[in-house]
Design a protein around this ligand. Structure first.
Ligand code: NOJ
Length: 557
């Protein structure tokens, strides 16, 4: 397999609104990020993925962009951004920008023009249809609830919005629009950025005719996703984007792709395909969804996780590349979700990090994950800010859920779990701001914060730092072949990686029990070293007895 810098890198995601506020307005900003770059350097990450910092009315916290070439004023200026890039590069950290081009904001000049009249030159930058018998053009639902269509009273037609009505979908069928996007990308590439993370990029090609989909029983709106995910012209568009913008630069690309399969991922990321470097997929973070989707949550069955991650490891082996993550700005905190955020918080945070960072793929760390930040439980819905969460709450109450039931789903799955401010120290608001934070800080900041983690050599932070160092030291962690063992064991995740003469054995206990693990004969008798673990040494010989949330990585050569 071809060696590439982006396969050997560890990426750190910054959600700028919640990372660090430098000017006391309660909103994180670019100068705030600059002030924390030494912290990231200490952690050892290679690349920062910066969630959107462009001009935006913030209906969806920057994922609704009204000018792709300007910086959101709350975050600072273009000079601040240039300083950020420069300061990152001085520290050897690369920067990838979020590219949100499935949709723009309705406040983008293109849309302001488009809605003026049916013959406006920008009309065709968006997707317009006439209503059907006084109703929406089709029955697709928005990913944020309700219909995916909004009637524009002025022109009497509906426009498509797969997310909020302030996020109209761009019409990729239009070559003029596509070229504007490639030019805009080139403009950023010329500024020296190191790549793009592409928001729902596999949604950009819609099936001709936008057919109706079948709704779930009792529901008015259907998903529609089978008509807009991975659809006909997607590969053509990505290849064109690659040719016209990306191929001239040594940059990395990662495509956020809900609904992508390993087979499709091989097409999106295959070396000879000239599309993207890696996908960012969602199957493993959907395994705790019930039949009615994400809010209908159920506990994770570890065997499902093993089957799923193994499928991705095997099916992309040698012929594609994947992202490795449990956390991002759309997911609840993994230590609360898949680990134990009370007694074993640190142990389980380290275990989850181990299981992921020892796999093949590029690991992503989401701000705060490296100190084991947890989910939050705000008592009142008024403390929640996320549009998806607030829409869900309204709909759930309409559908007869009690307030408490709806809140329980939000506690388990809401995106604001990941968006409470970064906990820097034990001072007021966790050291995030001197003002009033735009969303409340998790009340546990007095115990869980970066300052405290930096003081403790045994902290989650230093464990992540070591995982990152190991990836740089051992090719086997990047390129070794994956093999699952103890497939049916309900409590432990055990796998190997192998490259040349070397083998890595990764042992992870996902629960607070003390399961005995039967390691295949011959293994432990041979010479080995422990590369990393969250307990001292191994317990037992032949049969190993794992302690609660134990993780160990053994190297045999
Ligand atoms: C995916 C992003 O990660 C999410 O935060 C956003 O709401 C949607 N795409 C729409 O842009």
């Amino acid at each position: 397999m071809k060696k590439e810098w982006w396969k050997e890198s560890v990426i750190y995601q910054i959600y700028p609104r919640s990372f660090m506020d430098s000017n006391g307005d309660g909103i994180g900003d670019l100068q705030g990020i600059i002030s924390r770059l030494d912290y990231l350097k200490e952690l050892g990450i290679d690349v920062v993925w910066l969630s959107p910092v462009y001009k935006s009315p913030n209906d969806d916290n920057g994922y609704d962009i009204s000018d792709y070439q300007r910086i959101m004023s709350e975050f600072g200026t273009m000079e601040d951004w240039e300083e950020l890039l420069d300061q990152m590069h001085k520290r050897g950290i690369k920067l990838i920008m979020d590219l949100v081009v499935n949709h723009s904001s309705d406040e983008h000049i293109w849309f302001a023009e488009a809605r003026k009249s049916k013959d406006n030159p920008y009309r065709d930058y968006y997707i317009w249809r006439e209503g059907q018998n006084g109703e929406e053009p089709n029955n697709w639902g928005s990913n944020f609830g309700g219909s995916a269509w909004e009637l524009d009273k002025n022109t009497g037609e509906y426009y498509l919005h797969l997310f909020s009505k302030k996020q109209p979908d761009l019409n990729w069928e239009n070559p003029k629009l596509r070229n504007e996007i490639y030019d805009m990308m080139t403009w950023w590439l010329e500024k020296g950025i190191d790549g793009f993370r592409m928001d729902v990029i596999n949604f950009i090609s819609k099936v001709d005719g936008l057919p109706n989909d079948k709704p779930k029983p009792g529901k008015k709106f259907a998903s529609g996703s089978k008509y807009y995910r991975n659809r006909p012209r997607i590969h053509e568009y990505l290849q064109e984007m690659n040719e016209k913008a990306l191929s001239n630069y040594d940059v990395m690309t990662v495509g956020e792709m809900p609904g992508v399969t390993p087979e499709l991922a091989r097409q999106y990321t295959g070396e000879d395909r000239n599309e993207l470097n890696m996908v960012f997929q969602f199957e493993h973070v959907s395994l705790d969804n019930g039949p009615n989707g994400k809010w209908d949550f159920k506990p994770l069955d570890l065997r499902d996780l093993k089957t799923n991650l193994t499928k991705w490891q095997n099916e992309l082996d040698e012929v594609g590349w994947n992202s490795l993550y449990f956390n991002n700005h759309d997911q609840p905190r993994s230590v609360s979700r898949f680990g134990n955020d009370s007694k074993y918080r640190e142990k389980s945070a380290k275990m989850l990090a181990t299981v992921l960072h020892m796999m093949k793929g590029t690991p992503y760390i989401y701000q705060g994950e490296e100190i084991g930040m947890t989910n939050v439980r705000f008592e009142s819905i008024d403390d929640y800010k996320d549009i998806e969460t607030l829409n869900f709450y309204k709909e759930a109450l309409n559908d007869g859920w009690s307030k408490q039931e709806a809140l329980e789903s939000i506690y388990a799955k809401g995106r604001d779990n990941a968006r409470t401010p970064m906990q820097w120290d034990s001072s007021e608001h966790g050291g995030f701001t001197e003002g009033t934070p735009w969303i409340k800080v998790n009340p546990n900041y007095k115990n869980i914060n970066a300052a405290q983690a930096l003081k403790d050599p045994d902290s989650v932070f230093y464990y992540y730092k070591k995982l990152i160092e190991l990836r740089k030291q051992y090719d086997i962690i990047v390129y070794g072949k994956y093999n699952l063992i103890l497939e049916d064991h309900p409590e432990v995740y055990v796998y190997t990686r192998s490259l040349g003469e070397q083998t890595l054995l990764i042992l992870c206990n996902f629960y607070d029990g003390t399961p005995e693990v039967d390691i295949p004969a011959g293994f432990l008798e041979s010479e080995h070293t422990v590369l990393i673990g969250n307990y001292e040494g191994l317990q037992g010989s032949g049969k190993i007895s794992l302690r609660p949330y134990e993780a160990q990585v053994l190297l045999f050569k």
